[in-house]
Ligand binder design. Structure first.
Ligand SMILES: *Cc1c(COP(=O)(O)O)cnc(C)c1O
Length: 365
């Protein structure tokens, strides 16, 4: 059993993907070009957004947004401490300071009450992360942002297609960052990422900066980097895009089966989906006070699990700056001690899921 199986995604639509790759190889154009433009157009349409800009990774998508809006040393950006390090690393890359606000233990997403508590005159932006495929509380975040004049940059790297009310994630703040890392819900065959935005100036600025900041060839106007999306990745993802909604449906179906089958297990807290969200289940993450023993029990039965994430970001050497204590973010710390993600890949078979379910049941018996 695989925890995630990008290879099975490939094999299920092999002819389409092989054809797409061949098309790029024969085109003679191997950086950006028409394939990437066509993919950007399709992704903007998928999000009902005006612009989509392909870049090299989700991490670069976040960095390029923060850089283009002009964040710099001395600025503070509010981020959750329970996420992949890349969410906060982007803040450091522009020289600004990540300021952590603890999570809501029910959703694992940033706690909006805590956000309001850490705002200072230096706060410039909030990066809500839609963790595990569930949108953060965007309605409240947008109210806070408006009140304090803050920019909202959504980390949608785990949540393509998720909805907050009737709005797709990535289109609610000024911009959203997507990742095409192979094991994400919508993954390529290597690294890739994208910025979704309705802001024309921002889209333009990111286009400039993803290719060394040159508007016309060799005339460099701003400091940029090399963060171009490969046409090979774009072609693969274009072949996958028509299947994304079906794969999301299947993830939700698997999650629904876990919800029912595991609902009576004492000691296990199942993931909570807030009302009014469309959760895309990048991860199906349960909690247990005996997490390590549970993980070992499942592993012995050949059931793969993952621990996202083992360390709260405010305790990592790169972020703590001597400023945070472990107790400052009790919910993030507790989550790191209790979480366990079960397989929820769309290509998990019913028989495999039954194995996971009976493994869970036998631990608690
Ligand atoms: C994967 C991920 C990123 C970074 O994406 P890369 O493409 O790996 O750079 C950022 N934030 C979150 C929440 C992620 O899961």
């Amino acid at each position: 059993m695989d925890f995630a199986s990008p290879k099975k995604h490939y094999l299920s639509i092999r002819t389409e993907i092989d054809g797409a790759i061949k098309r790029v190889l024969e085109s003679g154009s191997y950086v950006l070009g028409e394939e990437v433009s066509a993919f950007e157009k399709e992704m903007a349409e998928f999000h009902s957004a005006k612009f989509a800009v392909g870049v090299n990774s989700g991490a670069d998508a976040l960095f390029l947004v923060l850089d283009t809006i002009g964040l710099k040393a001395g600025d503070e950006v509010i981020v959750p401490p329970f996420t992949m390090a890349a969410s906060a690393e982007a803040v450091c890359r522009v020289g600004a300071t990540p300021v952590f606000a603890d999570i809501d233990p029910a959703t694992f997403n940033i706690d909006t009450e805590r956000v309001a508590q850490v705002i200072t005159p230096r706060t410039k932006a909030i990066i809500p992360v839609h963790l595990f495929g569930q949108p953060a509380d965007m309605a409240k975040i947008m109210v806070i942002a408006k009140k304090y004049d803050l920019v909202v940059v959504e980390d949608a790297c785990q949540s393509i297609g998720a909805m907050s009310g009737d709005k797709m994630v990535g289109t609610i703040g000024i911009a959203g960052a997507l990742s095409f890392f192979p094991s994400k819900n919508f993954g390529g065959f290597g690294d890739g990422g994208m910025v979704i935005t309705n802001d024309e100036k921002l889209a333009e600025g990111i286009r400039l900066r993803r290719a060394h900041g040159a508007k016309s060839k060799y005339f460099h106007e701003v400091h940029g980097i090399n963060s171009r999306l490969d046409p090979l990745q774009a072609a693969v993802l274009r072949a996958k895009l028509p299947h994304l909604n079906e794969w999301t449906r299947r993830r939700r179906e698997i999650a629904g089966t876990y919800d029912i089958e595991l609902s009576n297990l004492s000691e296990i807290t199942l993931p909570y989906a807030a009302p009014n969200v469309f959760h895309v289940y990048h991860q199906y993450t349960v909690r247990s006070k005996r997490r390590d023993a549970l993980r070992e029990h499942l592993e012995k039965k050949g059931i793969p699990t993952m621990q996202y994430y083992p360390h709260p970001l405010h305790t990592l050497p790169i972020f703590e700056q001597g400023k945070y204590k472990k107790v400052d973010m009790p919910e993030a710390v507790r989550a790191c001690e209790e979480v366990l993600s079960l397989p929820v890949d769309p290509f998990l078979s019913d028989a495999e899921q039954e194995m996971v379910i009976s493994g869970m049941k036998s631990f608690l018996r």
